[in-house]
Write a protein that binds this ligand. Structure first.
Ligand code: HEM
Length: 153
């Protein structure tokens, strides 16, 4: 990613990160509405979809996802950005291994993340491309540690 792309990502990210839990909740709500079976992995699996936005475990996962992206975006532009991204996203992979989150499920979430960001930041086509490049890159790191079913490799 070139410097212009990094600056654009940092600038557009300011909008969703200003209200991290709400932004994460918007992502997760869209994710569970579209892929309700993903809820089975979560402790709030029995909470009706309409009540999720006020559920504290749900809100915790929502803000944790935003935190991981925020940590990643902060390191962009630093000399050791690549090592830091490896560290952050390998940790995400390893932490989720006991929960067997399939690559398909991660990809479903990725699609929603990009859609919510596009709407929240009013991204144009080339900005969407740069964001997609970044998310694909961190997913490449994430997917190095797991097979299709989400088990360790
Ligand atoms: C961009 C992708 C994702 C990121 C950055 C992310 C981040 C996190 C973080 C930081 C935690 C808390 C630390 C931990 O317990 O490991 C967590 C927990 C969890 N994640 Fe994810 N996650 C992602 C995708 C997913 C997906 C796709 C699923 C399942 C469909 C999932 C299921 C869970 C579950 C079940 C927990 C435990 C929640 C709880 O106990 O309340 N995650 N995630």
């Amino acid at each position: 990613m070139n410097n212009d792309e990094v600056q654009m990502i940092k600038k557009t990210w300011e909008i969703p990160v200003a209200t991290p839990t709400d932004s994460g909740a918007a992502i997760l709500t869209a994710f569970f509405n579209r892929h309700p079976s993903s809820l089975e992995k979560f402790p709030f699996r029995d909470v009706p979809l309409a009540e999720l936005p006020t559920n504290s475990r749900f809100r915790a996962h929502a803000s944790r996802i935003i935190r991981v992206f925020d940590d990643s975006i902060r390191v962009l532009g630093q000399d050791d950005a690549e090592e830091k991204l490896e560290e952050i996203w390998t940790k995400v992979a390893v932490n989720h291994i006991p929960r067997q989150i399939s690559k398909e499920s991660y990809n479903n979430l990725k699609e929603v993340v990009l859609e919510v960001l596009t709407a929240a930041c009013n991204l144009n086509e080339s900005q969407v491309q740069s964001w997609t490049k970044l998310v694909n890159h961190v997913y490449d790191i994430l997917f190095k540690s797991i097979n299709d079913d989400g088990d360790a490799i």
